[in-house]
Design a protein. Structure first.
Length: 176
């Protein structure tokens, strides 16, 4: 997500901050759709998201407010915040759609691209329909292209198999 790697000191601070929610790096709490509070850093949120930038840099929210409601489930919100603060994305197929939708909704573009890239690595015969649908609904051109390319390869393989079966069948027919 970021182009510069984290230093050892930054990684250590992040680890300490995750273990202690009252750590000084956390200056705001995001409230998930079920009311759970997830600690975050205001600067990182503003830097990574146009939505958070508008919410936290305007009169919409009191600049001293410590809680911001976000209409995202707790597990997805925790993953998003963790990814924003550490550049490490916890990704699995079960949460792919929710992660992509939340990243799109909150305009977390680098995270959206990371999720899209992770999805591209998961395209196979069992997931291609799911990913094509998701790519269309969220306008994820790279994911759509990967899924369509995969489908074309599968069709090409089955065409070759059909031709081979046809040739085998034709050659087995007795000639008069």
């Amino acid at each position: 997500m970021r182009s510069t790697p984290r230093s050892f000191e930054e990684a250590k601070l992040y680890k300490e901050s995750r273990e202690d929610p009252s750590f000084f790096l956390w200056d705001i709490q995001l409230q998930s759709s079920d009311g759970t509070l997830v600690p975050a850093n205001r600067f990182i949120l503003v830097r990574e998201s146009a939505v958070f930038h508008r919410l936290l840099s305007s009169d919409f929210l009191d600049s001293s407010s410590k809680i911001l409601r976000v209409d995202v489930s707790t597990s997805i919100l925790q993953r998003l915040v963790s990814a924003l603060h550490s550049d490490e994305l916890e990704f699995d197929l079960e949460s792919a759609a929710a992660l992509l939708e939340a990243a799109d909704k909150l305009l977390l573009l680098p995270l959206l691209r990371s999720c899209e890239s992770a999805c591209q690595q998961q395209v196979d015969l069992e997931t291609v329909e799911f990913f094509v649908s998701m790519a269309h609904s969220l306008h994820l051109e790279n994911l759509l292209e990967t899924a369509e390319h995969y489908l074309c390869q599968e069709i090409w393989k089955s065409d070759i198999e059909c031709v081979q079966l046809w040739k085998s069948w034709i050659s087995s027919i007795p000639t008069a």
